[in-house]
Each structure stands twice: as C-alpha cells, then as structure tokens.
Design a protein around this ligand. Sequence first.
Ligand SMILES: Nc1ncnc2c1ncn2[C@@H]1O[C@H](COP(=O)(O)OP(=O)(O)O)[C@@H](O)[C@H]1O
Ligand SMILES: [Mg+2]
Length: 452
Amino acid sequence: MSAIEVIPSARRLIKSLRDMGYDFAQAVADVVDNSVEAGATLVAIDIEFDGDDSWVRIADNGKGMKPDALREAMRFGAERAYEADDLGKFGLGLKTASLSQCECLSVASRWNRDRADIAGYSWDLAHIEKSNKWEIIPIDKNGLNASIRDPLKDRPGTVVLWKRLDRLLGYKHPYGEMSRKRLMQMCREVEVHLAMVFHRFLAGEAGRRKFKIMVNGNAIAPWDPFCRTETKTMRLQPVVLKIEHEGVNGEVTLEPFILPPQHAFSSKPAADAAAGPANWNQQQGFYIYRADRMIQSGGWSNLRSPDEHTKLARIAIHFSPALDEAFKINVAKMRVQLPGAIRDAVREAVAPVVKLAREVYDRKPPSTNPTCSATSTRPSITSSAPPSSGPVPSVAEPQRKGNLVGQSPATAVSAPAILTVDQWSTKLLEAATDDERPTVERVLQRLRSTMR
Ligand SMILES: Nc1ncnc2c1ncn2[C@@H]1O[C@H](COP(=O)(O)OP(=O)(O)O)[C@@H](O)[C@H]1O
Ligand SMILES: [Mg+2]
C-alpha cells in the first residue's frame, strides 16, 4: 500500500508555532542570529510606535538572499548545510520568532551590490486563516514601502519587518499611552538582552568581524558579565572537560571568574552595571555560550541554588553546536541543559570557585577607602596558565604572576601586560587591512577551535 501524505492544517499549526516561548527580546535575538550568520557587520533595529500600524524592523547589511534562497528561508524547516559554528539549526527561527510577536512578517532582501533588485515575501496570518494553506505572499515592487525598502537603497542586506504587533500591544487601546509605554519598555529590554547575549560579537571577541547593533539609532555597548576590565576581577584557571555523546566527541570549556564586591569596583556606575538585568543574585552562576552566542545567562543549572554569599561567582561555559544534542538545546535556542555526563565534573570544578567567591564576599571593605582603589596593593588574582584538562580549577592557590584581566598598579610595575587571546584577536583585526582581514579571521577561528 502506498503511503498517504497528511498535510498539517496550516491555520491551526501556524498558531501553535507562535507559542514556542519567545519573549520579545529573545525573538529579536533569534533574527539577529541570522544576520550574524549572513556576515553582517551592522544590524539596525527600529521600533516605531504608531498604534495599530506600529512596526518593528530588523535590517542587516549581510550578504542578502536571491529570490529562490529567500523563498526557502521563508519555509518552516528551511533546508541548508550548516557549518560547525553556525548559529542556526532548525530552519525555523526567522518564522517562529517573528510570528511569536506579530501577525504579519515580511522579509525583503537585496543580494547584488551593483543592482538594487529586491526580493520580498510575507507570511500573513490573516491570509493563512482564510486559505488554510502554507502560502507566502510575494511583495511586488509597489508593495515595497519605504520602511522595508530604505535600508536596502545603497547595499545588499536583509530587512525583516514585523507588523500587526498583537502580542506586543494588545488591541484594546492601540494608540493609548499604555501601548506606547509598553513598546518603549520593550526597546529597553531588547537593548539589555542584545548587549548581553551578543557581547562577544559586539566586542569583536568572537573571532569574527566586529559587529554593531543599533536600536532606534543608539549603538549597543557589550555587557560583559565577567567585568574583565575591572582590575579586581579574578580570572581563575579554565577547565576543559572532554565529552562523548552518541558518537560525537567534543570539549566543554569552563572559565570561572570571581567579580569584585561592589565596593571594590572602579566606580559606582560600573558596579551597578555589573549587577546585570536580573540583578546580582540571579546573575550568579553559569553563562553558557554556544558558538560564542550566550544561551543561558546565570543560574546554576540545578547544581546549586542562588545564594547571596556566592553571588560574585560567574562561570563561562563554552560548547560548540556539534554538542547540541548533548546540551539538549531547545528549538528557540533559549534553553540548554548541562549534559548528564559532565555534571559531576562541573560540580567538582564549581566547588572551589564558589568557596573563593564566598571568601571574597566575606572580606570586610577597607574602612578608609570605600570605593575601589587605584591605591590598593592587593593584586588581582588571575591565571595565565593554559587550560588544564582536569576537572578542578586551581583556585585555592591562584597564580599571581601574569595578569589576563587587567593590571592592578601593584602588578603592573613588575609584570609585563599579557594580552588575552581575545585582546590579541581584536588588535590583529584592527591592524589588518580590509584585504587581510578575512584571512586573519580564518586563522583566528582555526586557532580558537584548536584551543577549545
Ligand atoms: N538576515 C539573513 N540574511 C541572509 N540569510 C538569511 C537571513 N535570515 C535568514 N536567512 C536564511 O534563512 C534560513 C532560515 O532561517 P531560520 O528560519 O532562522 O533558520 P536557521 O537560522 O535555523 O537556519 C537561514 O538558514 C538562512 O539561510
Ligand atoms: Mg536562524
């Protein structure tokens, strides 16, 4: 007997696909992932309040898509070959993230540097409701209004436009002050979220070209959870854990940091910023990065609970997309689980970090010098040793020679500044000419993959 194709009900399924659990900022971040992948150096996010006609636009200067590629991109479950450090995975994000926030998603793309041809398609829930078919609507030249066409006037790139923002505004009083305030609040939340999850890209640390995000014309500054420019931040020895999951071998790197207590920061604004979006207690714990993009920001993944006394401990955990199955990444790329195979090793590695964080927390602030300390003589405790392969970081006797984080005056005199790989990468990329830069990026990427 031949198989029978049973096509899902478009009308019903597309509605369920709106509820994957994205909030606004997470949805924007998923669209920005695509821009990173497309080689963009600039993403401009504009949020326009105009009652029912309010819109959100995410425009990049990446390589753009030809019409057939754009049609495939619009497909739920778009197919393409993924690379090892690819931020994409399921072929869904563009659609599911967008439609989690709006009823009409339009995407326009220009792929040619010299010609301003633009391809455009929309997913419109009102149309699906009527047709009950998985149909996208081509946008012809006349349908390309200024808000979607303008960013592509002079260069290739892709514009994602969200209209009919039912999930954001609610439609009782769409022109009311509450709606306007809500949208403005969303702007701030999106800034904070993007500054955090893309901080390595924004700082040019990710071995890729430096990447800029603007929200309503404001450039977003990276938020570094580890405050690596603070002289009193302690960088402890990294730990590399080997993992084998269903035939895939990989490495997971833990980079532990102890942040300074508030009084030891260089300034009060720096201490306030370090608290992070969810504040000190909730921001302690693991910062889990997949291909340099932050997926989890704080929390102890059920290994411990947040505790006021350990709030200065923050630990970066890096894994590559090859380990997606082991980390059980969810479709919205918002949640991961620590693989069972490394939980014990991670617990063991975390114990001395937490102990030290507690000690630092318990130290009394110097009574005469309540803010931090250009005059302090205690060197920041860091380690310049290469990653160890054992599970336990040597934090009980931290090395006090090379300083990877920054130099306190006491060590600056005796020890030469040792640059981190990230700092070197940035310098190299800055020094390279436009022609040399892609080669330098490739070499850096190769170097990083051998170091991880
Ligand atoms: N801004 C963009 N620039 C270029 N190509 C894009 C862009 N956004 C999406 N695409 C293409 O559309 C495809 C589908 O995107 P998406 O639905 O987010 O799934 P995924 O990122 O998991 O592949 C991407 O794989 C990419 O080929
Ligand atoms: Mg994507």
